[in-house]
Design a binder for this molecule. Structure first.
Ligand code: GAL
Length: 381
């Protein structure tokens, strides 16, 4: 054993030397098996935006976890602007970051930053969203994004009464009219959510239990750039005008994110529907358990969301960072699913939960994600 360890250490030392040769101005990076003392570690954390509360929570949770280990953290939010995110990452590399944790705005726009990170021996952890088309993505922490899409479609089918709470068919045959929304086309997750959802809905579309009256069933038609609430509201308003002004009923809307859901609900209510599910507001799905949407769920307005416990995701990013700092490799639980166009990135996937009015309490309150007061106020403390 000892001998093996010595050989491994030798090989690691050679690799470490190799990494040093390519180091950038900041002199950061831990790739190649060297171990850093906690007080010497600087981690760059790049988050896409502060307009969605989940990314603020993610950023703060990652920062707190890393600081607990004694690391320095450079946390930046990029305002959903690609050049801003590129500059912030460039700066982190120049400042001597040893590890980078990045939730990309556009999964394909960070090529030169990743090349620079690799040249400086800095491991890159892709956070929640996969960075594409570059070989220098070392690890990926995320949720099972395909399953999130399955859950979104399942919650739509449950809201329409086609499936029961245990996901069994009730025999309800509709027919129901639905419309479909997808996330940002430059976010790799959006396709996973869409595929999971569409494969779940397809049998019901084939059998005529579900129909999409607008005919807009392609990802490109349904996609909302940068996950913008206003864009979703506008598209819903346009659909209502083009397809539903003749009195055609709308029963449900597949929405992949709470911000979009709230834009969609505003459009529906603006057209005189609802205002709540009990008064005929269509079933609208979601994702992220954002506080404003959790209140809408409790109030019987939005039907469902998908809860992804970002505290657990942040924890995995911290665990992966620690592995690199200690000269090792993070442990993956999936080494097949996430091909970024160049390679399959070893990943750690977490599970998500469907939340409807009935399980807000156990899923979100008892887990300490939101307090009862926050939910009643529809606002984080
Ligand atoms: C996705 C993420 C979702 C949601 C969305 C909009 O990448 O996985 O949870 O936050 O972005 O921000």
């Amino acid at each position: 054993m000892r001998k093996l360890a010595a050989v491994a250490f030798g090989a690691a030392a050679v690799l470490a030397l190799g990494a040093c040769a390519g180091e950038g101005a900041g002199g950061g990076g831990v790739e190649g098996g060297e171990t850093l003392a906690p007080e010497d570690v600087l981690v760059g954390v790049s988050m896409p935006t502060q307009t969605s509360e989940r990314w603020i929570a993610d950023g703060e949770a990652v920062e707190a976890g890393l600081e607990e280990l004694g690391y320095d953290v450079d946390l930046q939010f990029a305002n959903d602007d690609i050049p801003t995110q590129s500059q912030q990452i460039d700066q982190m590399i120049t400042n001597g970051a040893d590890v980078l944790i990045i939730a990309a705005i556009d999964g394909t726009a960070l090529g030169s930053q990743l090349d620079a990170a690799a040249a400086a021996g800095i491991p890159v952890i892709s956070y929640d969203r996969l960075i594409r088309d570059n070989e220098n993505v070392d690890f990926y922490v995320t949720f099972d994004n395909y399953d999130v899409g399955v859950q979104q479609a399942t919650s739509l089918l449950q809201g329409l009464g086609i499936l029961d709470a245990d996901r069994n068919e009730t025999g309800e045959e509709g027919p129901f009219n639905i419309e479909l929304f997808a996330g940002s086309p430059d976010d790799n997750n959006a396709t996973f959510f869409w595929n999971g959802a569409m494969e779940t809905l397809q049998p019901y579309l084939d059998s005529g239990v579900l129909t999409v009256p607008s005919g807009q069933t392609d990802f490109e038609q349904a996609a909302i750039l940068r996950w913008q609430q206003e864009t979703a509201q506008r598209r819903m308003e346009d659909l209502l005008t083009s397809t539903y002004s003749d009195g055609t009923e709308l029963h449900g809307v597949l929405s992949p994110y709470d911000g979009l859901s709230r834009g969609i609900i505003t459009a529906l209510q603006g057209a005189g529907m609802g205002p709540s599910l009990a008064d005929g507001l269509p079933v609208v799905t979601g994702q992220d358990a954002e506080i404003a949407s959790v209140k809408l769920i409790v109030d019987g307005v939005q039907f469902a969301t998908i809860f992804k416990d970002t505290r657990l995701l942040a924890e995995q990013a911290v665990i992966a960072t620690e592995a690199y700092v200690n000269g090792g490799e993070p442990e993956a639980n999936d080494t097949e699913t996430y091909d970024n166009g160049i390679k399959v990135v070893p990943s750690y996937l977490l599970e998500s939960v469907i939340v409807v009015a009935d399980n807000v309490e156990p899923a979100l309150v008892e887990t300490g994600y939101w307090t009862q007061e926050e939910i009643e106020a529809g606002q984080a403390d």
